[in-house]
Design a protein around this ligand. Structure first.
Ligand code: NAI
Length: 680
């Protein structure tokens, strides 16, 4: 604490992100007492370094919290005789924003991000966030920020009345001036009334939040608390908020989500890699403007990059660019980007049919057809037009990146950047470190991932890398279940009941059955003749049932939604008869156990093979790229929470079902390693 005239300046200094730890809380109480003793007329609460307060120190959340807890600090802020202003920059998240809401006034530097992410971490804000926020911005917006963990910018916060002013260059000076300019009275938020809003609007926001939050218990609890901010007895609701927070922060879901939070951070860092080596990326080239190329372009534009898109001819280029522009206009209509952002994106978007147009780019990514010859041709062309230290990336799903880099003069700059569809929406980015990829290139790719707001996972070159390889094992188990007696709809229902966004057969129909069909045909010659083969998907393709795009696949889509089709049942019966299978019954729990066992086993194989550096990377990939329920932490984390005997039984059943050629991974070792890492 320092005095600046009559104003006390309280600086929170807990690198790297000023997380609100016990020491920070105790320090604040002491600083407020000192300020009072020194006769301060006002106080500024500010963060040292690059941010205000990025949240509470979550490592404390598994145990009993020590005094002073955050509500004690906020009570002290409210009790001092002088007004306190929070001066925010960087981010003010979770407990950090609650601290600011405990102050009398708030200002922020332009670009500051504010939010309450507690619900996305499985619990609820516990230091008044659900009660003080609605008093400033109204219940409708508070529902989105609390229940949907929506982050907003300082500019939006000003519009919403969450902050009192945007600061100029000098944040501290602006805060001191704000307090000194007029005699600012104390303004304890807890005591002011919630603004009135039409009930219908509140109900619509509530329904949306419940839907997006999949009606998880903590979402329901958070919603109830925000609604109750209208009650006259604020202290009583604040106490209930605290009790709910204390109960939920130690719930299984909160533990799983905390695990995932740290797993995601680990996945984005590679031990021994020098961050300083990362080079700046401002300009990107995208080769191929199909489904993926368009999505990748949108993702790059959203990150503020200048993008040059290359297509084969003028017609294909026009088509791709107009699809991208339509998408941008749609984002404006839906309020996802502002008119100014839209204008900037259009300005940053370029197209060409000659690959030399990407000459000045820092990175170029190819997203042409999944064909080795086509991709090698593009890589060779890129090599001759790009600067020597520019990155050459491929979005290939399965092809060997080492082979693609072979023969290039500088293979150390070639790597995989495997986006997921839709590339502008899906959070997962697999960064594939090829045999010769340099540390500097990998460091640059990780930095790019952060800039794109993606969740990176680093993989080595292998068929399907991490995600698609594990997914293939999962889908194969699903198909074997159908061959052995389960119906596709029962398998899909079991997967969605477990929490998957979609079942495996609905997913296949959505992405199209022909891609895997082509791959099976390619692999037919080298397939182990002893291995069990499920021919049902081949029969579906032969019958012209390629999925949603042909109106039929595992399901019939002619009426709009997915309908069970007797023609598919007949194909399945025929396949069973030919394979000599006597169909059995599978209950939901067995189906779920088997789907999960297949994932866990394949993940263990991947870790053994060094394709994934750590087991937790598989969790990060499955949650962010394959619709695995986030609140379960990931398939491997889930397995650590089951009793070992049931996992062993499920793995034995998996080995029986897969039959000859089954590879059993070292699941026990992987789960023990994960246990040790998480304290699970
Ligand atoms: P797509 O067929 O929709 O698009 C390919 C585009 O590349 C076409 O527009 C074509 O005109 C263009 N193209 C072909 N050769 C070209 C050349 N020499 N120069 C410039 N443009 C050229 O394919 P999609 O689905 O976008 O896939 C692209 C790549 O991304 C493939 O390697 C695929 O395996 C991979 N991928 C696809 C995913 C998906 O869900 N579709 C997911 C992740 C990766």
């Amino acid at each position: 604490m320092e005095m600046c005239g009559a104003i006390a300046v309280l600086t929170i200094d807990n690198p790297p992100v000023n997380a609100g730890s016990h020491a920070v809380r105790a320090g604040l109480i002491k600083a407020l007492q000192d300020a009072e003793m020194r006769g301060a007329k006002g106080a500024v609460l500010i963060g040292a370094g690059r941010t205000f307060v990025a949240g509470s120190d979550m490592r404390e959340f598994d145990d009993k919290l020590r005094w002073p807890e955050l509500p004690d600090v906020i009570a002290a802020l409210e009790a001092v005789s002088f007004p306190v202003i929070a001066a925010m920059h960087g981010v003010a998240l979770g407990g950090g924003l609650e601290l600011a809401l405990g102050c009398d006034y708030r200002i922020a530097s332009p670009g500051t991000k504010l939010g309450l992410p507690e619900v996305s971490l499985g619990f609820v804000p516990g230091a008044g966030g659900t009660q003080r926020l609605p008093r400033l911005i109204g219940i409708r917006r508070a529902i989105a920020m609390v229940c949907g963990s929506e982050r907003i910018s300082a500019e939006e916060a000003l519009d919403l009345n969450l902050i009192d002013m945007l600061a100029g260059e000098d944040l501290l000076q602006a805060a001191v001036d704000f307090l000194s300019a007029e005699r600012r009275p104390k303004r304890v938020l807890r005591t002011i009334e919630v603004p009135r809003e039409p009930d219908t609007q509140i109900e619509a926001a509530a329904e949306r939040a419940l839907h997006l939050g999949r009606r998880r218990p903590n979402v329901v609890a958070a919603l109830e608390l925000v609604r109750r901010s209208r009650e006259p007895d604020a202290d009583r609701v604040l106490a209930e908020e605290r009790a709910t927070f204390q109960r939920l922060r130690r719930s299984d879901e909160a533990k799983a989500l905390r695990y995932l939070f740290f797993a995601e951070r680990r996945a984005g860092s590679v031990p021994g890699l020098d961050r300083a080596e990362a080079r700046p990326i401002e300009r990107a080239g995208v080769i191929g403007g199909g489904t993926m190329g368009q999505g990748i372009t949108l993702a790059f534009l959203a990150a503020g990059l200048t993008v040059t898109l290359i297509e084969r001819d003028a017609a294909a280029l026009d088509h791709a660019l107009s699809r991208i522009r339509e998408n941008l206009s749609e984002q404006v209509r839906k309020g996802r980007i502002s008119a100014a952002e839209h204008q900037a994106h259009i300005f940053n978007l370029h197209g060409a049919t000659d690959i030399s147009a990407v000459g000045g780019c820092d990175v170029a990514i190819e997203a042409v057809y999944e064909d080795m010859a086509a991709k090698r041709q593009v890589v060779t062309a890129l090599e001759s037009v790009l600067a020597p230290d520019a990155l050459i990336a491929t979005n290939t799903s399965y092809l060997d990146i080492d082979a693609m880099a072979e023969g290039t003069a500088r293979p150390e700059r070639v790597l995989g950047l495997h986006f997921f569809s839709p590339a502008d929406i899906m959070k997962l980015l697999e960064i594939v470190r090829a045999g010769r990829t340099s540390d500097a290139v990998l460091a640059t790719a990780l930095k790019l991932a952060r800039k794109l707001d993606k969740k990176p996972v680093v993989a080595r070159v292998a068929e399907g890398f991490i995600g698609n390889r594990v997914y293939a094992a999962y889908r194969r188990r699903a198909e074997l279940l159908v061959l052995d007696g389960a119906s596709p709809e029962a398998v899909d229902a079991a997967a969605t009941a477990f929490g998957f966004a979609m079942g495996p057969f609905a997913v296949s129909d959505l992405s199209g059955l022909d891609i895997a069909w082509a791959m099976r045909k390619r692999q037919a010659a080298t397939r182990d003749p002893e291995a069990r083969y499920v021919e049902i998907p081949d029969l579906l393709c032969e019958a012209g049932r390629l999925g949603r795009k042909s109106g039929k696949g595992w399901y019939d889509y002619s009426g709009g939604g997915a309908k069970v089709d007797p023609e598919v049942d007949a194909l399945i019966d025929a396949a069973r008869a030919r394979a000599g299978v006597v169909p059995r019954d599978f209950d939901t729990s067995t189906i779920q156990q088997q789907l999960l066992a297949a994932i866990v086993n394949e993940a263990a194989c991947l870790v053994e093979d060094g394709v994934a550096a750590r087991a937790s990377d598989v969790d990060v990939a499955f949650v962010n790229g394959y619709g695995f329920p986030r609140w379960r932490g990931g398939p491997l984390y889930w397995a650590t929470r089951q009793d070992r005997t049931s996992i062993e039984c499920a793995l034995a059943d998996l080995a029986d079902a897969v039959g000859p050629g089954h590879r059993a991974g070292g699941v026990a070792d992987v789960l023990s390693e994960l246990d040790a890492g998480t304290g699970a």
